[in-house]
Design a protein. Structure first.
Length: 418
């Protein structure tokens, strides 16, 4: 017999869940943020918020300015153009625009003034370390995983010079160039003495393995990661297929690290938009099935960019415990899709997934990304607890807290410890 739940009871459950989810600290498992030791790579402030590539893409839809003319502008001027176009000449209803306003609001600023110079002045009073602590506190984020490229000269300088790690930042080893542009990458590895040629013989394979060893240890990587295009298939006889099978997966097994696959990003659909020019396509999830079946001793973290791939991915995760689904990535990080995807995951996977990652590139963005996602996660969890209550099953606050921890980093940590 199911009971119907009185509206007051539903409201009380909702409030309780909202409080618990807000109080639960997050481990933000995929971002493009950096430990402050990386200096200029560590982005924050109003101008950086405004030139976020999500907003740049939206601005180009409204202005007639040639793409190249935009890129020659100084960052301040670019930010002003985005502000005028998306916030003053139109209502900022898109998720990326709303995000700027949520962020400013959470920092205690009056958004209704629409006063960019005043906003700039407010930010100019901050120093990076204090601002970092403020953002982490307001967003209730306890740890941030960076995306670290061993191929990026700017990053390499900091790793090479050595620095005291800020414990709130963890690292992930990003290896896209190794898999998506092997011939060029082989040349880079050759100049560093890891390989002699691009020919994938035993010598080269063990050289690449040494390269991954060095970097995994240097940055204390929590996982290896790559983003692959929709057309990617595995297994395959190309360099990417062989490198994954012969180097990346054995390396991950030896180090006990998951391999994260972010699938479905179509790079440079419109190259003139630069970072804002990537698109989406459905990926072949047979890839994930093949990996999980053929490499049961490896662990895979997977997120997919296409909405159409989400259900199939969930079903796969029911079949393979070496597969952990995470986040609502990039174009799926919008309220109605987060809600849909989170609901579906809870219904198919229970609490054994990571509900969200911020993908923040600008520190301040963690405020809005987590505020918006927490609201939705709370709403979906509330519905689930109400459904349970209708059967007579009462969920205690401590149990709700345990569940929220799972979704916001706990399930990920356990998966990584396996
Ligand atoms: O969400 C983003 O900012 C994208 O540009 C990408 O960084 C994507 O998340 C990725 O990691 O490839
Ligand atoms: Zn990313």
């Amino acid at each position: 017999m199911t009971t119907s739940i009185a509206p007051e009871r539903r409201l009380a459950i909702g409030q309780q869940v909202e409080e618990i989810v807000a109080r639960t600290p997050v481990y933000d498992i995929h971002t493009h943020l950096f430990d402050p030791a990386f200096g200029e790579l560590c982005l924050w402030g109003i101008d950086e918020l405004l030139v976020y590539h999500y907003l740049v893409a939206e601005t180009f839809r409204q202005v007639r300015l040639p793409y190249e003319a935009f890129w020659t502008l100084e960052k301040r001027r670019q930010a002003e153009l985005v502000w005028e176009t998306l916030f003053l000449n139109s209502s900022p209803v898109s998720e990326a625009c709303r995000g700027v306003l949520t962020t400013l609001n959470l920092l205690g600023l009056e958004v209704k003034q629409r006063d960019l110079p005043a906003l700039r002045q407010w930010f100019s009073r901050w120093q990076a370390p204090d601002f970092l602590s403020r953002c982490l506190a307001v967003a209730n984020v306890e740890a941030i995983c960076m995306t670290n490229s061993p191929f990026d000269p700017a990053e390499r300088r900091t790793w090479a010079s050595g620095f005291a790690r800020d414990e709130r930042f963890t690292a992930a080893l990003r290896i896209d160039p190794l898999l998506v542009s092997w011939p060029e990458t082989a040349r880079t590895l050759a100049t560093e003495g890891y390989v002699e040629s691009a020919e994938l013989g035993e010598m080269t394979l063990s050289g690449v393995r040494r390269f991954l060893d060095t970097w995994t240890k240097r940055i204390q990587a929590q996982y290896l990661m790559v983003s692959l295009p929709p057309a990617f298939v595995f297994p395959n006889d190309g360099a990417d297929g062989r490198l994954i099978e012969r180097v990346v997966l054995p390396h991950c097994r030896d180090h006990g690290l998951p391999f994260a696959l972010m699938l479905g990003a179509k790079r440079a659909v419109n190259p003139a938009l630069r970072l804002a020019g990537d698109g989406v396509g459905q990926c072949h999830l047979q890839v994930v099935e093949n990996l999980c079946v053929q490499f049961p001793d490896n662990q895979f973290l997977v997120t997919v960019l296409s909405r159409e791939n989400q259900h199939e991915l969930c079903v796969l995760a029911r079949k393979f415990r070496n597969l952990h689904v995470f986040g609502c990535w990039w174009f799926t990080n919008i309220p109605h899709l987060i809600e849909d995807i989170t609901r579906m995951r809870l219904e198919l996977l229970g609490l054994s997934f990571t509900a969200q990652h911020s993908d923040a590139r600008v520190l301040d963005q963690i405020l809005y990304k987590w505020q918006h996602s927490r609201q939705i996660i709370s709403r979906v969890l509330t519905d689930k607890y109400v459904d349970l209550a209708a059967t007579g099953w009462e969920t205690a606050p401590a149990e709700m807290q345990r569940d929220a921890r799972e979704l916001l980093g706990g399930a990920f940590r356990r998966f990584c410890r396996r």
